[in-house]
Structures are given as structure tokens and as C-alpha cells.
Ligand binder design. Structure first.
Ligand SMILES: *[C@@H]1O[C@H](CO)[C@@H](O)[C@H](O)[C@H]1NC(C)=O
Ligand SMILES: *[C@@H]1O[C@H](CO)[C@@H](O)[C@H](O)[C@H]1NC(C)=O
Ligand SMILES: *[C@@H]1O[C@H](CO)[C@@H](O)[C@H](O)[C@H]1NC(C)=O
Ligand SMILES: *[C@@H]1O[C@H](CO)[C@@H](O)[C@H](O)[C@H]1NC(C)=O
Ligand SMILES: *[C@@H]1O[C@H](CO)[C@@H](O)[C@H](O)[C@H]1NC(C)=O
Ligand SMILES: *[C@@H]1O[C@H](CO)[C@@H](O)[C@H](O)[C@H]1NC(C)=O
Ligand SMILES: *[C@@H]1O[C@H](CO)[C@@H](O)[C@H](O)[C@H]1NC(C)=O
Ligand SMILES: *[C@@H]1O[C@H](CO)[C@@H](O)[C@H](O)[C@H]1NC(C)=O
Ligand SMILES: *[C@@H]1O[C@H](CO)[C@@H](O)[C@H](O)[C@H]1NC(C)=O
Ligand SMILES: *[C@@H]1O[C@H](CO)[C@@H](O)[C@H](O)[C@H]1NC(C)=O
Ligand SMILES: *[C@@H]1O[C@H](CO)[C@@H](O)[C@H](O)[C@H]1NC(C)=O
Length: 817
């Protein structure tokens, strides 16, 4: 659920960068030890040799370049297998011999003269699975050598140990059939004779016994406690508590009695961070190690860490995070009264350790759901509450007769719960929808001179375009919409029907209770006026076509348009469609893609947009970059060569200008990127999209949960972290757009995976200056990428600066590179 639970610890991009640079000459540096043969993964030394030392890959003199430790490590790491046979000089295996081969899996040192292995020899070789030490004059071997390895086989054929407690562990492993030792005939000698290891009988030599004072320990935060651990046995074991990762203040105290080694651990002021911690005590001697654990449970009163205003995700949701132990129970109050849960309002919760994360989910909320929501979290240690105001819709004027205060909308009963086929359900309330319908109806009724108060039937038939006029021309003013209708979803409205919430308008919705904004006229187009020509693309919602549209303009017979179709619309989809059309009708600007109207007589539903000849800006940039021929899928545009500086500035200025307009309308786009801008003739650029980005540019999105796809490479830390979107977060995205423009459409952070991008963004990393980008432009980018939203540049200022730069850029600067 939370994006940030699964991020890696390290930002790898520097490492990746270094590796890619050095990789080329790495392979030339491998030098095989004498009398061995080598491959990139194996060292094989089977010739007799008196070599005293373990074979190390020698490094060729790399001359002037001194810093290659990365490469050396990589080189050694790739060795998975080492085989040494008959090296009679090899008597000691040291930790320094082994430490560079960190990827080693198989090690054979056979028939050498190996007598001693240092205690930490395998400490840096965690991948060792197979070790063959056959036929070496080893007399001793410590189990600690292997304690952090998961050995599948340890071959010791022909090794003759000295009988004694020191090799008791080998006998135990044989008995337990560990590491294949049970299949080997092993012997030990007692000074005079050689006996099978199995037959060795030594008393007072066994695994330690261990006991701890508690099994489970339940404490209230702030308490103090002492736990003890006794280790006993022969030989008397060493005992220790492992406390790494423990938050509570702790001290050890050990004492030795004749047969018991005891260790006391004192915890002071236990912290809630230690809830669930497992305290482990370890006792070890030459025979082996035993351990025992105490499971800590820390109780503390609940706390509400986060309670957010309603936000659209899949459904509308009031997000919360609560922490407490034992797990608190949750209740909701709506305007001070117990909130009754139903299929329209319900709590969804995930738990993660002692965190409860969830949502109070609303299906199709209406103005009736507006009010104060109080979350009450309770466990035996206390109760905590927090309140948030939920605003969903403004009250439509003809609902004034209804009573406020019931959480369930009156019309919801008629709604099927799985009607919503859109990726993200849209938070338009039925009330808003009804508002629109009623006004439409009201107008129609007025037109026919009839008066019938609330006598509506078959609203869908009305909305889907039962045209009353015989005019073949386009129909203007068919639906007259009030701002109540427009207000329908606080943040659900979209440009070009992208399937996550794109635009929100908090101030507007806060104060939009009265209906005295100008009405919206959604233009209707006759189906027979639209002639489809070819498909331009397909998204999950339907297809986009190039079409000719007749009677659209009084001066032209027909106009080329892009039409977006909506296949198999459900009622919910129709509502979204209608609402989107209203929105688009209200967004008119020279740098927002022009919306002509809708066609709703029959299926599919159609939206008619201006056709932008060169398609999306990302494709256009790639087609006009240095790699144009390689990058454009099979169909290079009539490339007029690479874009120059003034052209890039011109593109950026136009987008900024569209954004200034969006900001003036208090619209937050949320998905600004070059893929969502369109290019027409004469380098005309407009913001807008046909909702196909998520299908065509799916690599630019990070799928969270089932349906939500987030453009994280364009997102601010606060959007990633808290899903906070604002005009300032759009400015950040604009900085990324600038970067895209100056890299000819490269994907931001293309060398990183999605989780790495999240990590880098949260750490405050920003994109590097593109090679051809002037410092002044990069300064704008940096101004967009200020971590604090209020410190980011204002889009108006950006637009002015870019415009001025464009004017001041002499043509000769257009030769970039
Ligand atoms: C290793 O030495 C043994 C005799 O000590 C010999 O039989 C064997 O063939 C030698 N192995 C190799 C690979 O040289
Ligand atoms: C050493 O191994 C190689 C291949 O692994 C083999 O061709 C060669 O005969 C072996 N040498 C001896 C002395 O066994
Ligand atoms: C090599 O790296 C070390 C530190 O990692 C640095 O101090 C030194 O200047 C570098 N030398 C060269 C030749 O790059
Ligand atoms: C190490 O192995 C990796 C993956 O198998 C490979 O990409 C890399 O080139 C290797 N490095 C060297 C120095 O051989
Ligand atoms: C290691 O040895 C095992 C058993 O002999 C063998 O199956 C495996 O392929 C070897 N792995 C490598 C990386 O040499
Ligand atoms: C391991 O040692 C045994 C002798 O104990 C030998 O027969 C076998 O070939 C060795 N395995 C490898 C992979 O060298
Ligand atoms: C540890 O040993 C001491 C003394 O022998 C004994 O009093 C105590 O109860 C033991 N504690 C545990 C947890 O076994
Ligand atoms: C200790 O607590 C754990 C988890 O709380 C539980 O699974 C286990 O059964 C408890 N054991 C005892 C002995 O109470
Ligand atoms: C106990 O720890 C809490 C924070 O975990 C701290 O606020 C409090 O002052 C500590 N109490 C004492 C007595 O140290
Ligand atoms: C405790 O012992 C068990 C088996 O005896 C082992 O799997 C586990 O890793 C040990 N735990 C620690 C912390 O060493
Ligand atoms: C909601 O809470 C605010 C602030 O506490 C209060 O002014 C308002 O009257 C409350 N509204 C309702 C409907 O209870």
C-alpha cells in the first residue's frame, strides 16, 4: 500500500555509472596465476606446484590509471569456483587469501599440504556452498569457520583429525547428516591408533545448554526489566545477548559460577520501537552453539499519525495511519454521531507491524457526506481522536429541501457496485449528475413550454443526445450546465481522460457553494458529421481516430479532428464522460488542446478534439534529436534536423504559458510530461492528451496496487510521499519537461528502476544538466526542483524568463552540441 515500504537502501546510480565506464577495459586486466588455467568464473590449478600461497588473480599494470578498486572487486567477485590440487607448498589458508573472492561458491583444496585454516578465512565468502578439503594433513578444524555458511557439502575424505573435544562437532554433524558428512568415512587418531570418528567416545564434551528467564515478555512502554540467560555444559560456554537493533537503553552484566555462565540484560525505559523485537541469547563452546529467545511485546496507547482530507484514489478515501499496541480498535464519528458503515462508506485497513493503515472509503459521495469525520482509536491504554473535514460536493440548489446529516446518498441505492470500469473510479456524486440532468431537463421543458416540477424520467436518454432539433449543423448549448455540475468531483477531472485524477481545485470547491458562475455549454456534434479516417492509437478506454468532421466551422466544409471513443460505456463511465466534457469546454486556451464537443447519439461515445499533426511532444523530440533515425519506431518524420536552442525555448515557453492558464483556473494537472503535450504545425505546442499515455508510455508510470499508475519520474517528494499535488508540484514536473526537451525526449532517470527513482527523489537527488542545456535553463530546472513547494519558482515567472531568453537567443546559438 505504501510506496515507501519497498525502497532499496542505496542510491545505485553512481555505482552503475562507474561500472558502465570501466567495464570495457576490465576484461583485459585478468591475469591467471602461473600453473593455473582461468575463465572469468573459475580458477583451476591442477599442475603440481610448490606454490606457498593461495592463487590470486594478478593485476596487469594499468599504467597511469590508479583507481580501479571497483573493477578489481568486480573481477574477483565473478569467480565462483577455485580448484587447487597437489600444491604441496600451500600450508596455511589465511583470511586475506580468500577475502577478495566474495562470490565464491565452490572451493577445492585437495592433496595439498594444508595444516591450518585461519578462524575468519571464510568470513567474506557468504556464498560458499561446496568445500573440498580432502587429503590434507589438517588435524583441527573449528565449526566457527562455517557458522555463517549454508554448506551443502563439506568433503573431508582422507583428513585425519586428532581425537578430542575439538572435533566432536564433526561427529555431531555426521550424526545429524549435516553437509554430507555422514556419507564419508572419517577417522581420528588417538596417538597410537586410528579409529573411525563415529566411534570416538568423549565425556564432558557436548553442546551447551541454555536457559532464559522468560519466553514472552509483555511490557508497558517506559517500564524497566531484567532478563537473564544461563549457559551451562562442558566445556563451559561463552554466553552473550545479541542486542543490535534494540532501541531501549540496555546494559549487560555477566557472572561465572562453577557450572553456569550467566548473563543479565537490563532494559531501561523500554521503547515502543522494540515492540516485536526478539532478544536472542547465544551460548557457544568448541562443540557448537545453542540459542534461546525472548519475544518482546510492548504496549502503548494509540496515536493517530496521519489523517488526510478526502482524496480520490480508486474510490474517494480519507486516509489514515494509526499506531498502537495492542492493536487499537477504530470507530468513526460523522458530525459527532456514530458513522454507520455500508457499501457506500466503509473502512478498509491493512496492518503492518503495529501500524494500521487504511481508508474510509466512499463510493459516489454526495454533498450529504460533507461534514466532520472523527477517527476514534482505542486500546486498553487509552483513546485518541482526530478530526478532518470532508468536502465532497457542493449542495445543488434543488436539494435544499433534503435534510443534511445522513451519510448515505439518497440515490445510491440504484447503483451497481461494480459498474465502474474505469481504472480509477471517478468521484462524481450522483447528486452532481442529477444536478446536470435536471438542468438539462429543465431547459428542455422550458423550451416546450411545459412545467412539471421534478417530473424527470429516463435521464440517461436525455444525456445521450435525444436531439430535438432538425438542424444538421452542430448543436451548441444542448446541455446547459451549472457550476454545481462542474464541481462534481474535487479532484477527479481529467484532461483527455487519463485514468488517474488529474485536476483538482481546492479553493474553488471550498467556496463553490453558490451557483453564480457562468453556465457551461457543451457543444454536440452529429454522428453523421464524423467520418473516421484512420486509427491513431488505442488505450484501455477505447480508441483514438483521425477523422473528418463536417459543419464544425462556419468557414470550412470539413475539419480534420482527433476523436476519442469510449467503448461500452457504463453509467459511471457516461458520467465521467459528461463531466470531462464540461471541464474541457471550460478550459479554452491557445496552449491547451482545443476541444470541439461530444457526440453522444448512440455508441460509442465520442469526444472531438483538434488534430495536432505531429502527435505527442515526446515522440517529436526523439524524432528531432541526434538519434532520430534509431529512435522513432520505423517512421521517421521528415526530420528537419535537430532542434536548436531557440526552438527548444519556444516549445518550453508555450507549455509554460498553458500552465499559467491552468494555474489561473486553479487546476492542478498532476501528469505534466512531454508525452502529454501535442505538437501541431509551425512548432505549435499544446497541453493535452488522449489518455493513451498510460498504455503507450507505460514505462513512464509506476503501478501501485492494481490500477493506480503514478508518473513518479515527474513527481515531487511530497507527491510521492503524501500524494500531495498542487500548482507547485506541476512546476516541478515542468522542470522535468525542460529536462526532457533538452535531452531530446530521454526518459528521466532512465538508468534507474522505479524504486531507485523514488529513493533518489526522496534523498534530494536531481537530474543532471543535459549536455546541451545552457546554465540559465538548468537554473530554472533547479528552481523547479526545490524540495519545499513554496520555494519553487512561480510558473508565471518561468514563462517570462523563458520568453525573454527565447527573444534574446541569436540564431547562431541554434547550432548546439
Ligand atoms: C596429484 O598428485 C597425485 C600423487 O600425489 C597424483 O596421483 C595425481 O595424479 C596428481 N594430480 C594431478 C592433477 O596432477
Ligand atoms: C588439468 O586440467 C586440464 C583441464 O581441466 C586437463 O586438460 C589437464 O590434463 C589436467 N592436468 C593434469 C596434470 O591432470
Ligand atoms: C583514488 O581514489 C582515492 C580515494 O578513493 C583518491 O584519494 C585518489 O585521489 C584517487 N586517485 C586517482 C588517481 O584518481
Ligand atoms: C562479471 O559478471 C557479470 C555478470 O555475469 C558480467 O556482466 C561482467 O562483465 C563480469 N565482469 C567481469 C570483470 O568479467
Ligand atoms: C560446485 O560444485 C557442485 C558439486 O560438485 C557442482 O554441481 C556445481 O556445478 C559447482 N558450481 C560451480 C559454480 O562450479
Ligand atoms: C573432492 O574430494 C574427493 C576426494 O575426497 C574427490 O574424489 C573429488 O573429486 C573432489 N571433488 C572435486 C569437485 O574436486
Ligand atoms: C540462572 O542461574 C542462577 C544460578 O544458578 C539461577 O538462580 C537462575 O534462576 C537461573 N536462571 C535461569 C533463567 O535459568
Ligand atoms: C509468545 O508470543 C508469540 C507471539 O506473540 C506467540 O506466538 C507464542 O505462542 C507465545 N509463546 C508463549 C510460550 O507464550
Ligand atoms: C523514556 O523514553 C522516552 C522516549 O522514548 C523519553 O521521552 C522519556 O523521557 C524517557 N524517560 C526516562 C525516565 O528516561
Ligand atoms: C538459533 O538456533 C537455530 C537452530 O538451532 C538457528 O537456526 C538460528 O539461526 C539461531 N539463531 C541465531 C540468532 O543464531
Ligand atoms: C466541524 O468542525 C468545525 C471546527 O471544529 C466546526 O466549526 C463545524 O461547526 C463542524 N461542523 C459540523 C457539521 O459539525
Amino acid at each position: 500500500m505504501d510506496l515507501l515500504l519497498s525502497t532499496p537502501r542505496i542510491c545505485w546510480w553512481r555505482v552503475l555509472f562507474l561500472l558502465s565506464i570501466f567495464q570495457d577495459y576490465l576484461s583485459s586486466m585478468l591475469d591467471c596465476p602461473p600453473t593455473c588455467s582461468c575463465t572469468p568464473t573459475e580458477i583451476y590449478c591442477n599442475k603440481s606446484d610448490n606454490g606457498k600461497f593461495f592463487p590470486l588473480l594478478a593485476l596487469q599494470d594499468t599504467g597511469s590509471n590508479g583507481n580501479n578498486s571497483n573493477n578489481i572487486q568486480d573481477l574477483f567477485k565473478n569467480i565462483t569456483s577455485i580448484h587447487i590440487e597437489n600444491w604441496t607448498g600451500l600450508q596455511t589458508l589465511r583470511d586475506v587469501d580468500m577475502e577478495l573472492y566474495t562470490g565464491l561458491q565452490n572451493l577445492t583444496i585437495m592433496n595439498c599440504n594444508l595444516r591450518q585454516i585461519h578462524a575468519r578465512a571464510f568470513a567474506q565468502n557468504p556464498h560458499l556452498r561446496y568445500i573440498n578439503l580432502s587429503k590434507n594433513p589438517l588435524t583441527l578444524l573449528s565449526w566457527q569457520l562455517f557458522q555463517n555458511l549454508q554448506l551443502s557439502e563439506l568433503r573431508l575424505d582422507g583428513v585425519e583429525f586428532t581425537c578430542g573435544c575439538d572435533v566432536r562437532w564433526v561427529q555431531l554433524w555426521q550424526q545429524r547428516a549435516q553437509a554430507g558428512l555422514h556419507t564419508q568415512q572419517l577417522y581420528c587418531h588417538t596417538g597410537t591408533s586410528r579409529i573411525p570418528l563415529q566411534a570416538m567416545d568423549i565425556s564432558h564434551c557436548d553442546l551447551p545448554d541454555i536457559s532464559v528467564s522468560h519466553k514472552n515478555l509483555t511490557l508497558i512502554e517506559g517500564a524497566n526489566v531484567v532478563v537473564t540467560c544461563n549457559g551451562s555444559g562442558a566445556p563451559l560456554p561463552e554466553v552473550d545477548w545479541t542486542v543490535s537493533g534494540l532501541h531501549s537503553i540496555n546494559t549487560h552484566q555477566s557472572s561465572v559460577r562453577p557450572n553456569v555462565h550467566s548473563i543479565k540484560l537490563t532494559l531501561v525505559n523500554v521503547s515502543r520501537e522494540d515492540n516485536g523485537f526478539i532478544l536472542t541469547c547465544i551460548a557457544e563452546n568448541v562443540v557448537g552453539m545453542t540459542n534461546a529467545s525472548i519475544h518482546l511485546t510492548i504496549h502503548y496507547p494509540p496515536a493517530i499519525l496521519h489523517l488526510a482530507e478526502p482524496e480520490r484514489q480508486h474510490d474517494t478515501c480519507i486516509q489514515f495511519t494509526v499506531r498502537g499496541s495492542p492493536q487499537p480498535s477504530l470507530r468513526w464519528l460523522f458530525n459527532g454521531k456514530e458513522l454507520r458503515q455500508s457499501q457506500f462508506v466503509r473502512t478498509e485497513v491493512d496492518d503492518y507491524q503495529d501500524y494500521l493503515e487504511g481508508c474510509l472509503v466512499f463510493r459516489n459521495p454526495t454533498h450529504q457526506n460533507n461534514g466532520n469525520y472523527t477517527l476514534v482509536a482505542t486500546n486498553f491504554l487509552g483513546t485518541t481522536t482526530k478530526m478532518v473535514y470532508g468536502h465532497f460536493l457542493s449542495a445543488p440548489f434543488f436539494y435544499e429541501d433534503y435534510e443534511y446529516g445522513t451519510p448515505t446518498p439518497p440515490l445510491s441505492g440504484t447503483h451497481q457496485s461494480d459498474e465502474d470500469t474505469f481504472g480509477v473510479s471517478i468521484a462524481v456524486g450522483l447528486a452532481g449528475f442529477a444536478c446536470v440532468l435536471l438542468i438539462v431537463l429543465f431547459v428542455l421543458i422550458n423550451k416546450y413550454g411545459r412545467r412539471s416540477k421534478f417530473g424527470m424520467k429516463g435521464p440517461v436518454a436525455v444525456i445521450s443526445g435525444e436531439e430535438d432539433s432538425a438542424s444538421p449543423l452542430h448543436h451548441v448549448n444542448h446541455g446547459i450546465l451549472t457550476p454545481c455540475g462542474l464541481d462534481a468531483g474535487p479532484d477527479a477531472v481529467v484532461i483527455g481522460m487519463t485514468r488517474i485524477p488529474v485536476i483538482e481545485n481546492p479553493q474553488y470547491f471550498r467556496h463553490g457553494h453558490n451557483c453564480n458562475k457562468p453556465t457551461t455549454y457543451v457543444q454536440h456534434v452529429k454522428r453523421r458529421d464524423i467520418v473516421l479516417k484512420r486509427e491513431l492509437g488505442e488505450g484501455a478506454f477505447g480508441k483514438v481516430f483521425l477523422a473528418e468532421c463536417y459543419n464544425l466551422s462556419p468557414t470550412k466544409d470539413k475539419t480534420l479532428v482527433a476523436v476519442k471513443t469510449l467503448k461500452d460505456p457504463t453509467l459511471a463511465a457516461r458520467k465521467d464522460f459528461q463531466r470531462e466534457a464540461e471541464l474541457l469546454t471550460n478550459l479554452q486556451h491557445e496552449h491547451i488542446v482545443r476541444f470541439y464537443g461530444v457526440c453522444v447519439d448512440g455508441d460509442p461515445l465520442i469526444m472531438v478534439f483538434e488534430y495536432m499533426k505531429h502527435g505527442d511532444l515526446n515522440k517529436f523530440l526523439r524524432a528531432h534529436g541526434p538519434d532520430a533515425m534509431v529512435l522513432v519506431d520505423g517512421q521517421p518524420l521528415q526530420s528537419s534536423g535537430e532542434l536548436g536552442l531557440s526552438q527548444m525555448l519556444h516549445i518550453a515557453t508555450q507549455i509554460a504559458s498553458g500552465m499559467v492558464y491552468l494555474a489561473s483556473q486553479h487546476f492542478v494537472h498532476r501528469d505534466l510530461a512531454t508525452r502529454n503535450c501535442l505538437v501541431g504545425n509551425g512548432l505549435l505546442v499544446k497541453i493535452g492528451d488522449f489518455g493513451m499515455s498510460r498504455d503507450i508510455y507505460s514505462a513512464d508510470y509506476y503501478r501501485v496496487g492494481g490500477q493506480t499508475m503514478l508518473p513518479i519520474r515527474w513527481m515531487t517528494p511530497e507527491s510521492i510521499m503524501y500524494r500531495k499535488f498542487s500548482t507547485e508540484s506541476d512546476v516541478w514536473s515542468f522542470g522535468v519537461i525542460l529536462w526532457e526537451i533538452f535531452t531530446y525526449g530521454k526518459q528521466p532517470w532512465h538508468q534507474l528502476s522505479n524504486t531507485e527513482v523514488i529513493e533518489c527523489t526522496m534523498q534530494g537527488q536531481v537530474l543532471d544538466r543535459p549536455r546541451i542545456c545552457p546554465k540559465e535553463v538548468y537554473d530554472i530546472m533547479l528552481g523547479c526542483w526545490q524540495r519545499e513547494p513554496q520555494q519553487r519558482l512561480n510558473i508565471k515567472d518561468i514563462q517570462k524568463i523563458l520568453y525573454a531568453m527565447g527573444k534574446a537567443t541569436p540564431a547562431y546559438l541554434d547550432i548546439l552540441g
